[in-house]
Write a protein that binds this ligand. Structure first.
Ligand code: ITT
Length: 214
């Protein structure tokens, strides 16, 4: 089982080459921003024409591990993968690990957000104030070609809005307002999202363990 790999807390040295093991351009941009202070040479899965592994895991963690290990082995470099998604309370955690799949093969998030809004409506979720409870979760896995891995998880809680607002960010960002905020992630400047996001929280744990802190 993937998650039986022993955590190794192996440090990434400054200047090292690292694969951002994702085919999602929004994630590549956010991971590059988060990694910017660490003087790493970041290559994307697209730069290396890496194949997209099938996400057969049943949790964010197992999918992140599977994607990071696949990229590290093919590229023969350390690889950082992200598996993430939006969990909506009134939908019992859906779409969760299926968040990307709800957008269909063309990754149409206008349609995915519409489906989400409709399913929330069918469960009566829009009567919740200020909106239906939801959270984003991100699992980040740093894997090495020899199979060593470290995995970290971050969450941000908040509520959904309809209609979607803002054209920044990616995916479900225009529908999500984090607790204590008024803007959706789609309306926020990237730096503001990075201060509070699920991905940034997972990244802070990874930094402490593998990048020698900030
Ligand atoms: P890779 O597997 O290649 O990384 P993917 O888009 O398929 O790309 P996931 O399987 O982890 O990645 O799906 C995560 C989906 O969850 C993603 O496509 C978004 O729709 C959503 N998501 C994750 N983080 C998000 C964020 O910060 N803002 C908005 N939506 C997010």
């Amino acid at each position: 089982m993937l998650s039986s790999h022993t955590p190794n807390r192996r440090p990434l040295e400054r200047g090292a080459r690292l694969v951002a093991a994702t085919h999602n351009a929004g994630k590549v941009a956010e991971l590059r921003d988060l990694l910017a202070p660490y003087s790493l040479s970041v290559l994307s899965a697209a730069d290396l024409s890496l194949p997209e592994p099938e996400e057969t895991g049943t949790s964010f963690t197992t999918n992140a591990e599977l994607k990071a290990l696949a990229a590290a082995k093919v590229a023969e470099l350390p690889a950082l993968a992200d598996d993430s998604g939006l969990e909506v309370e009134v939908l019992d955690g859906a779409p969760g690990i299926y968040s990307a799949r709800w957008a269909g093969p063309t990754r149409n998030f206008g349609l995915a957000m519409r489906r989400l809004a409709d399913e929330v409506r069918e469960r009566g979720g829009w009567s919740e104030q200020p909106g239906p409870r939801a959270n984003f979760t991100a699992a980040l896995c740093l894997a090495w070609p020899d199979g060593a891995i470290d995995t970290f998880e971050g969450k941000v809680f908040g509520h959904l809005v309809w209609p979607p607002r803002g054209d920044k960010g990616f995916g479900y960002d225009p529908m999500f307002v984090a607790d204590g905020q008024t803007l959706t992630f789609g309306e926020m400047e990237p730096a503001r999202k990075h201060a509070i996001s699920h991905r940034a929280r997972a990244f802070a744990l990874l930094c402490r363990a593998c990048l020698g802190g900030a």
